[in-house]
Design a protein around this ligand. Sequence first.
Ligand code: BGC
Length: 741
Amino acid sequence: MKKQLTLLLLTAVALPLFAQPPAYLNPAAPLEDRVEDALQRMTREEKVAMLHAQSKFSSPGVPRLGIPENWMSDGPHGIRAEVLWDEWYGANWTNDSCIAFPALTALAASWNPDMAALYGKSIGEEARYRNKNVLLGPGVNIYRTPLNGRNFEYMGEDPYLAAQMVVPYVQEVQKNGVAACVKHFALNNQEIHRDYVNVQVSDRALYEIYLPAFKAAVQQGGAWAIMGAYNQYKNQHCCHNQYLLNDILKRDWGFDGVVVSDWGGVHNTEQAIANGLDMEFGSWTNGLNWGKSDAYNHYYLAQPYLQLLKSGQADEEILNDKVRRILRLVFRTNMAPNRPYGAFGTQEHAEAGRRIAEEGIVLLQNTRNVLPVDLSNTKNILVVGENAVKRMTVGGGSSSLKAKYEVSPLAGIEARVGNAAQVTYVKGYESPATREQDVKDAKNPQVKVIDAKALRAEAVNAAKRADVVLFIGGLNKNGGQDCEGADRAGLELPYEQDLLIAELAKANPNTVVVILSGNAVAMPWVVQVPAIVEAWYNGTEAGNALAAVLFGDVNPSGKLPFTFPVRLKDNSAHAAGEYPGDGKKVTYRDDIFVGYRWLDKKKIKPLFAFGHGLSYTTFQYGKAVADKNAITAGEAVTITLPVKNTGTRAGAEVVQLYISDKKASLPRPVKELKGFKKIRLNAGEAQTVTFTIDHSALHFYDDAKGAWTAEPGEFEALIGASSADIKTKVTFTLKNDAPMR
Ligand code: BGC
């Protein structure tokens, strides 16, 4: 009896100890079970609280249930420094200096999905270490005009290239239990009037040009979050947009993640409830000073929503759908099983950034083989230009970073050259913003303002004495020069750089121009200088990566992810219009003919074509052959060609495949990128490159039918080194109609 009693007592005590935890706390439970379990434990107030910010970059969890807060960070080039709870000012932490990775244009220019994976892995680890569970990036808005101030945060003008690059980025970020929040969905292609401009675009251009990278990020990348754009589409703000969010993203693409608003992108409670928004951030972005003492509770999706729910005017099921999505986010990130711990500011990450930068730098021109600089016969190197010393990880808007360190181009060049030659630096030109900063920083406010002419004369004189001149200029992330919130005023380089370059070229025939930018720039001096390099904004290791290319340690292999037009009006948005619209709306009359599609159509010669990029070696393309000359909808054609390194050093080439539809019921671009392979070849080495093409590469979006289709008939696969340098082609036929979703 005594024994039995003891057993009973033990069981009574032990049972609760060994009882199963609630499903939502069980990391082994299926995701949807965790979601449903947590949801049914939550009060209405707790649910609504999760839908909106509690600070600049965080939203509440459910403290009562041990469900943690969500913490976001920009994105997309590094993990932003901590700001104060309610202000944009830095919080002055001393342990939040990150590795700044190259800008996304540089990543896209690598044309190497492995680099996108390395980028995603590294930045994801940085985010994780800093306890951010949502990374606000990557950005995949299509490069429509070279004036867009935020192009540097995006992946170029071609939907296929952007789609191929965004997928590994997203997948690798998320392996860290950190959500990628792909932005800005959608049609945010200019900064001017961005908060309200109503974009008018055909369904065809929407589906063929502006959406594919987002779709790939969601369906192939499995993105857990997406950020609505500031602008409007069909007269609704994109942060609460029935067509984009409910119809396309959630219904058609099956997105089960969270739609996050852009900061201050929400304008109306009813629409925010009904039209697909899940989380609201940055409304009246100055936090507490909107005249309310408790601003976050007054967000559109806060008390106003609660009131509607309480009075029965809002549907609880819509609320539950939003909360389910946020819970999914939490269980995929902060409460995920086996979540790694991340790493921050490491040498490994800096090296990853450097590799990506080295692969993205584009050698645009190299006559007389001025590059790489041969240190065995170079004594005096003159470096000219403000961008050789300006910090580029700072500025540009929300992607501005507090980098652990940043190697400037000058520092990189000096370190690489060492004692092998004399390196002299003169500024040559100066941007007003920098001058103002200098004056502000100076102890003596009377600091001398140097005039542009004198700066130029000093540089030109020094150029006469140098063996080689490395001019390092371009844009600079100051307002209006690759910066959020404003577009550029024109295609020209600012601060009279064109004058300076022309004079330098006259003074020294070995003048190399290095452009740092995230956008195409005009080059009126293009025939005057032998060598031109596009070196983007390359982050922490920028200067080392650049020096490695300039001095030949790295053989350049980057290719342009967008066209450099000769004149602004050679660009589709400026030729066919319109841009920037009338202040209320902008009509994309260029339709699907964006980037090289426009130049091809109009037979305009670019300054440098989409896909262009040189190497220090040469490649020979052999004849392409197809394994069959006709396919049905279910089949694929395999195209092969030999590519040989015919130079004297190892190098990498991006072999590009474009499809041309010979006859269709709707106008089609002359050609469209549908495949690319980056191959590495030693001197003299050859490789067979293989592409597999099925009907998905042949389709177009038929607005009238509201469907993708590939029409039977003849197609050409054009294979080359850029969109303007087709080396070989092969023809094949599609035998029957191939509709697809
Ligand atoms: C930008 C977003 C950014 C957000 C938070 C907005 O102004 O458009 O890209 O993620 O601010 O900083």
